[in-house]
Design a protein around this ligand. Structure first.
Ligand code: C2E
Ligand code: MG
Ligand code: MG
Length: 927
């Protein structure tokens, strides 16, 4: 019954224990219980053994005491028997207590006294016994001593004997009592031992049972523990298998790497695809290979930060990695620290957000572009009754002057309240609704009411159902553009210098008149020698002169005529109905009259003359171009005739122009073929009677049009950009020729004419160097003749200085006929001045010319110039020049320009002739 209860309780405890203890904590508890069971068993057994030893000790002690008591009883009985036996003998006194017996009794008493050492009462009884024994022995001895022998029989004092017997009885009774006590102890010990043996059996059985139960439980627990462990292992393996499957097939890129070495331990397929490699390759890599050098430090920093935080998982945010081929990939990184394959590892998911990043960047860029763009951008929600503004960029605020807060939620048209918007916006919306984007230019108003030119480009944005949802309006403030365009249009139609209408306006007026078939005359006016004003007084003066001319022309023309600046120093006036009432003649008269008075420019009074060519519509041409060309031709005719005049266009002028064009074509061909030759005109030093030089002069004999004068084709070549090529040929040919003659006449100087446009070329000095190098001619034997106008060509002066330094001499040709500026003589010191033949021609005819010649000669002497007089044709001219101090001359009087082949013969004749026979020398063949 007791056992059943015990097992119930044990079962209950077991269930509680199982329910409330974890598998992990069960083992030590089990061990503790087993140890408790074994302990209980050991304690029970030990206690039983000790108790038994104790009880046995008591029993042995009692048995020992009882034995001693028995020994004493035997001693008494024998002493008494021996007393009785020896009674009546002579030795009867020593029979009861011999010494041996007394010794035995004393030994027994000592034993008893020791045995009862812990029991004072019994010890006192033993001491009493010892005294009584002694007393009894004494009584016996007295009896024996006092006995009287009466024959064979001895008589004793019976009273004493009775006392002795009583004492013996008392002693025996006390001994019996002591013995009984010990016997009782022995009995009690036996009984107690028996009872204990029973209890021992029970305790041992119970201990064995508890120990067995606990051992059984321990065994079962161990077994169950094993089962649990196995189950855990199976579950773990299942988890591992599931994890592997989940990991490998998961669409998100995942990988696990060693936190210490950064070695990638494993990676799934998605990761391999993302990084553009195989799983094996990825697993052989280190995390560092997924980062560019520059990003690696950030990765390490993030990793240690993540590692140091208390959480084992988290998000590291977006970072930049790179694929196997080096291209960057932006990933959103999540991490989880774990132990994997017994290593400290980090599990990461790296979601490719490159596209999102790009999209974000694109969005940011677009948003930034919207902020930065100079055009206003407006996003408005299309409502039935208007456009509700949802967004406006800073430029829109800047252009319109409205703050964004004022605009949001308002209707655009009502805001920028121009009437044009209100009228136009519905139209624009309607056209957008039909699917086309729309652009309009209109005048809007800013917040402060100021108008501005607004180019509005509107586009629609549909919602997901395709319905119109928003409008995007780009507002471009074109105010400045339109105003500057208007300005440009104005400027394009007017001449900036004179503020007269320009040639474009003239063209429009002419075209318009022709279209309306209204008759008109064009007066093409070109200032005579305007270039000289520019060259001598400077371009500023030239401009001022043009403005004054423009003012005078405007003043003298009526309201029905227009004067325009055609370009340079050319003005064109257009006069309606020229033939009515002599209107044209009257106009020409007014123009001529207008310039009779000189124009004052600073301190200079300039007489302005002009060459005017007239062409009339419809007589002289059917279109603007022809009419202008014909008026120009008529003007050139005036120029050709010596300037300062008026010429009406005639048919033959057009023919001459045509001829000019034909000539140009032939000239171009001749230049290409170098179809020229050089003739050489001697220069004579009359004082020394010496041929000091020759001037090379170009000749062109065309097979179709015959010989053409250089005065005709040289300007043509200059105007049409052919002079450089032609001039180079002249230089090379003349130098080569001079070299040939050098051995006949070593001091001969070769003079070559150079056009201003040749001198303007940057490489002109190189051209000269090449000619000298090619011919091997010494540079002092070469002289270049330039006109005064060449001195003002940009870059001419440095080139002339260089040429001078190269050893060449420079002569100023035709000196005195241009707007000669003596200041040029100061900036550049030429070697020679060639007095123009027009002055020589005046010798003996015109005193002014003679005076000029004398003045030039005096100037030359003072400034240390050599002088050559050109075009000397007569002995008088020669005589005048010699008398005036000019000794070097060139002219038909001495020789006409000669072909190279004739020069040696001329030299020979010249040297043979006497100094006064110059006339004879001039009698050479006329070339
Ligand atoms: P220029 O340099 O002043 O040459 C002198 C011109 O006067 C030459 O005319 C010559 O034949 C002519 N002449 C010389 N003595 C007399 C004379 O006593 N009476 C008259 N009436 N004329 C005389 P040409 O050869 O017709 O040359 C005309 C101009 O053509 C030259 O004037 C020169 O400026 C230019 N020219 C000639 N050849 C060349 C050349 O090779 N290159 C360049 N750039 N210009 C050249
Ligand atoms: Mg010349
Ligand atoms: Mg000349």
């Amino acid at each position: 019954m007791k056992f059943a209860r015990f097992f119930d309780l044990a079962g209950l405890a077991m269930r509680w224990w199982q329910r409330h203890t974890h598998a992990a904590s069960r083992l030590p508890l089990t061990v503790a219980l087993v140890l408790a069971g074994i302990g209980m068993f050991a304690v029970g057994t030990g206690y039983t053994l000790l108790w038994r030893e104790h009880v046995d000790g008591i029993r042995i002690h009692a048995a020992g005491l009882r034995n001693q008591i028995d020994v004493l009883q035997t001693i008494y009985l024998r002493a008494n028997a021996d007393f009785l036996e020896g009674f009546g003998t002579a030795r009867q006194a020593s029979f009861a207590w011999p010494v041996a017996r007394v010794g035995a009794a004393v030994a027994s008493f000592q034993q008893l006294e020791q045995g009862y050492a812990n029991s004072p009462k019994d010890a006192a009884t033993v001491r009493l016994l010892r005294e009584e024994t002694a007393r009894w022995a004494w009584q016996l001895a007295e009896i024996s001593v006092n006995a009287r022998l009466e024959g064979q029989r001895a008589s004793v004092d019976s009273a004493r004997l009775l006392d002795a017997n009583r004492l013996l009885e008392q002693i025996v009774a006390q001994l019996a009592s002591l013995r009984e006590a010990q016997t009782a102890i022995l009995h009690a010990g036996s009984e107690s031992a028996n009872q204990h043996i029973e209890i021992e059996g029970i305790v041992l059985a119970l201990s064995a049972l508890v120990a067995c139960s606990l051992l059984g439980y321990a065994f079962i627990a161990h077994y169950r523990e094993g089962l649990a462990r196995q189950r855990v292992r199976v579950i773990a393996e299942e988890h591992e298998r599931r994890f592997q499957g989940y990991f490998e097939h998961h669409p998100l890129p995942m990988l696990i790497f060693d936190v210490d070495t950064l070695q990638i331990i494993t990676a799934n397929r998605a990761a391999a695809t993302q990084y553009g490699t195989t799983r094996d390759d990825l697993c052989a890599r280190n995390m560092a290979s997924l980062y560019a050098q520059a990003d690696m430090a950030a990765f390490r920093r993030d990793l240690s930060k993540m590692h140091s935080t208390a959480t084992s998982s988290g998000a590291a945010g977006i970072c930049r990695q790179r694929r196997a081929d080096g291209t960057p990939v932006y990933v959103d990184l999540s991490f989880h620290f774990l132990t994997y394959a017994k290593r400290k590892a980090c599990f990461i998911t790296a979601i490719d957000v490159t596209e999102r990043k790009r999209a974000e960047l694109a969005l940011r860029l677009r948003s930034r572009a919207l902020d930065a763009i100079g055009n206003g951008v407006l996003i408005s929600r299309a409502e039935e009754d208007g456009e509700v503004i949802e967004y406006a960029n800073p430029a829109f605020e800047r252009i319109t002057g409205y703050a964004l807060s004022e605009m949001i939620g308002h209707d655009y048209a009502s805001l920028c309240g121009g009437r044009s918007e209100r009228e136009l916006l519905p139209q624009i919306r309607a056209s957008i609704a039909k699917g086309s984007d729309s652009t309009v230019l209109l005048q809007s108003r800013r917040a402060n009411g100021a108008p501005f030119w607004n180019q509005m480009d509107m586009a629609s944005v549909s919602d997901e159902r395709g319905a119109l949802a928003y409008h995007i309006t780009v507002v471009s403030d074109l105010t400045e553009l339109i105003e500057s365009r208007d300005r440009v249009v104005m400027q394009a139609r007017r001449d900036a210098l004179t503020d007269l209408p320009n040639r474009l306006t003239l063209r429009e007026l002419v075209d318009q008149a022709i279209k309306e078939e209204r008759g008109f005359a064009l007066l093409f006016m070109d200032l005579d020698r305007f270039k000289d004003v520019n060259d001598s007084l400077g371009h500023g003066a030239g401009d001022r002169l043009l403005r004054k001319v423009a003012e005078r022309l405007s003043a003298c023309l009526g309201s029905d005529s227009v004067v325009t600046r055609y370009g340079g120093d050319e003005f064109v006036a257009m006069l309606g109905r020229p033939h009515e009432d002599g209107r044209l003649a009257a106009l020409l008269e007014r123009v001529t009259h207008a310039f009779e008075a000189p124009v004052s420019l600073d301190d200079t009074q300039l007489r302005v003359q002009m060459s005017i060519g007239v062409a009339c519509y419809p007589a002289d041409g059917a279109d603007a171009e022809t009419l202008l060309k014909h008026a120009d031709l008529a003007m050139y005719e005036v120029k050709g005739r010596g300037r300062n005049g008026i010429e009406r266009f005639k048919r033959n002028l057009a023919d001459a122009a045509d001829q000019r064009i034909a000539l140009l074509r032939r000239l171009r061909d001749a230049v290409d073929r170098n179809a020229f030759e050089l003739v050489y005109q001697p220069q004579i030093d009359v004082r020394e009677h010496r041929l000091c030089g020759v001037e090379a002069l170009i000749r062109w004999r065309d097979p179709q049009i015959g010989t053409v004068s250089p005065s005709t084709f040289i300007p043509l070549a200059e105007e049409n950009g052919m002079i450089e090529q032609m001039g180079e040929w002249v230089l090379h040919t003349a130098c080569a020729q001079a070299k040939q003659w050098a051995h006949i006449y070593p001091r001969l100087r070769m003079s070559v004419n150079v056009s201003p446009s040749q001198l303007a070329r940057e490489d002109f000095c190189d051209v000269v160097r090449r000619a000298l190098a090619a011919s091997q001619l010494a540079s002092p034997q070469l002289e270049l003749e330039i006109t005064e106008s060449a001195l003002v060509v940009p870059g001419a002066l440095p080139a002339l200085h260089t040429l001078n330094q190269m050893g060449l001499s420079i002569a100023i040709d035709d000196f005195g006929i241009g707007y000669s500026s003596l200041s040029y003589l100061r900036t550049f010191h030429a070697d020679r001045l060639k007095i123009d033949m027009s002055f020589v021609r005046g010798i003996g005819v015109n005193r002014t010319d003679e005076a000029i010649i004398r003045a030039v000669l005096a100037l030359a002497r003072n400034l240390d110039f050599d002088i050559v007089a050109e075009g000397v044709e007569s002995a008088d001219q020669l005589a005048f020049l010699r008398a005036s101090g000019c000794h070097v001359m060139q002219g038909y009087y001495f020789a006409k320009p000669l072909p190279a082949a004739e020069i040696p013969a001329y030299f020979a004749r010249f040297e043979a002739a006497s100094p006064i026979a110059y006339a004879a020398a001039s009698a050479v063949s006329d070339r």
